[in-house]
Write a protein that binds this ligand. Sequence first.
Ligand code: TYM
Length: 376
Amino acid sequence: MAKKGEFTVTPWEVSGNVDYDLLIKDFGSQRIDEPLRQRIKKLAGGELHYMLRRDLFFSHRDLPWVLDEYEKGNKFSLYTGRGPSEHTHIGHLVPWFFTKWLQDKFNVPLLFQFTDDEKYLFKDKLTRKDTLEFSKENMLDVLAVGFDPKKTRMIVDTKEIATLYPHALDVAKKVTFSTAKAVFGFTNDTNIGSIFFTSIQSVPAFLPTIEKGKPVPVLIPCAIDQDPHFRVTRDVAPRLGYPKPAMLHCRFVPALLGPQSKMSASDPVNTIFTTDAPEEAAKKVMRAFTGGRATVAEQREKGGNPDICSVCQYLNFLFEPDDKKLKERFEDYRNGKILDGENKAYLAEKVKAFLKEHQRKREQARPLVEKLFEEK
Ligand code: TYM
């Protein structure tokens, strides 16, 4: 649990101005450095995803081991997921697009977990029906991202609990209440389902090994808020005879209110959801917090600050994959050549085009999702 006064990062709360260097120290993960980036690039066929080039994926656990095994011919499995408590927002797409890139470049399978049980337990207002319904809705987004259906297995916890439960018990038996309290900050008021939950999120990290009957490296790409779960998973792994899952951590896309804000359903005005009407999302962009100055004259003279500007950061994280174009835009913004209105309009067009296409792919996926839910 990272709670440093200035900021908080837990799987259920991200707030304040996150100091990522401090977080690496506090969580005990490793920085992704240049030699490691170059190694990934070589193994990925000579190309590096912009999220690695820009240090958006910035931290890892045991990645060199996964790459060593890969070089020996022991391919890894990918594992990531979604807690279905609301519609997908564009921040969620960051680890998913990156996971898709890994799946394509390394030609590896993916396990995608929907933790409807987690969201039911942790969100007072949500019913089990709600979280199951959001699993369906969120699954449309996952499929719209374009994962290879032949290499992707999706698990909705309450639907496939029979697969997960025996192994969750093995995990739960090795985790004490005092560990759960220390890692997650649980108190006497926490419901007992929440205390158990991390065992369920651990299981997909072990399933490839369990099902293949031999050690399979697992790599988990996610934002760094999920790391506490997997610290527990990694801690119990050797005691259950499984390899520790490796991790790749990304930074958080802020809400439109600026670097200290968090996207969520409770702040829909400042959060772009994949289900927003494109025009509505464009309006949200036009109202965003920026790194600009009080007046046009001042901004022309002194320039803006792209580091704290939501608009610039949305381009950085998702909407301007071309490094050269991004660099030029940031420079022009810093020099006062580009003003906020123009920058916002530029992003708004990109967001609109993205949402149109993404929503088309979501609808295309709907019959498959309906079928999957009927079968499960
Ligand atoms: P959830 O639904 O909170 O988040 C889904 C994924 O999105 C990441 N994320 C973000 N990434 C960038 N910017 C943001 N603002 C942002 N907000 C969230 C999360 O880190 C996550 O990768 N318990 C999990 C579900 C889960 C899971 C997993 C996630 C089950 N197994 C394995 C990752 C890996 C959850 O509630 O995620």
